[in-house]
Design a protein around this ligand. Structure first.
Ligand code: 5GP
Length: 207
């Protein structure tokens, strides 16, 4: 009997929109999703743990993984590499488990090419002005950099057509509820449950 595969969920969206916060809150709730821990070459931050928040790698190690085809996707973001380990994703999906990625837009587009059956969720800011406030409030960017980030965000919003769902991050709890609703709905999709009905229709033992 063929085993049902898991579903790959990809949460993405412009930088500063709050992907990390939504993902963290989502995983604070009881969930059957399995978070795919990314690889990165960026410095470990205070409070982070290697193997939990990221697998922290040197540039050489990362480039070797790319060379060996070990990454499902990767992208360069603010001078650092970020990438998704391929085997974790494929092993979990084949074992019938749902996998959740939280990645930037370039990476999500690559995953879409390789895994078109995945579910792509675009996290969007309520407005450009709100995104600007969030970037400014982080307090790390100069005026010119903020402008660049907003231009980049507009370019990323243009790629929204590659996604299946759009969730506006007006309030974190609301965004999390919507992502949970998407996960539930995807499990009810006819295409995904069709196999069960095939078995019912082929069963001649009772009627
Ligand atoms: P941070 O350095 O703040 O943890 O993450 C920076 C950005 O990298 C965020 O937008 C995050 O979503 C993205 N990111 C994290 N992991 C991956 C990954 O494996 N691949 C890609 N393409 N982006 C990632």
């Amino acid at each position: 009997m063929e085993k049902e595969k898991g579903i790959l969920f990809v949460l993405s969206g412009p930088s500063g929109v709050g992907k990390g916060t939504v993902r963290q809150r989502l995983f604070e709730h009881n969930t059957d999703l399995h978070y795919s821990i990314s690889m990165t070459t960026r410095q470990i931050r205070e409070g982070e743990t290697d193997g939990i928040d990221y697998f922290f790698k040197s540039r050489e190690e990362f480039e070797a993984l790319v060379e060996q085809g070990e990454l499902l996707e990767y992208a360069q973001y603010v001078d650092n590499y970020y990438g998704t380990p391929k085997s974790y994703v494929t092993d979990m999906i084949n074992a019938g488990k749902d996998v959740f990625l939280e990645i930037e837009v370039q990476g999500a587009i690559q995953v879409k090419e390789r895994f078109p059956e995945g579910v792509f969720i675009f996290l969007s800011p309520p407005s450009l002005n709100e995104l600007k406030n969030r970037i400014v409030n982080r307090g790390t960017e100069t005026d010119d950099l903020v402008k660049n980030r907003l231009k980049e965000a507009q370019n990323e919003i243009r790629l929204m057509h590659a996604y299946d769902y759009v969730v506006v991050n007006d309030q974190v709890d609301h965004a999390v509820e919507k992502v949970q609703a998407i996960v539930k709905s995807e499990h009810c999709k006819r295409e995904r449950v069709e196999n069960i009905y095939k078995k019912i229709l082929e069963d001649e033992s009772l009627c």
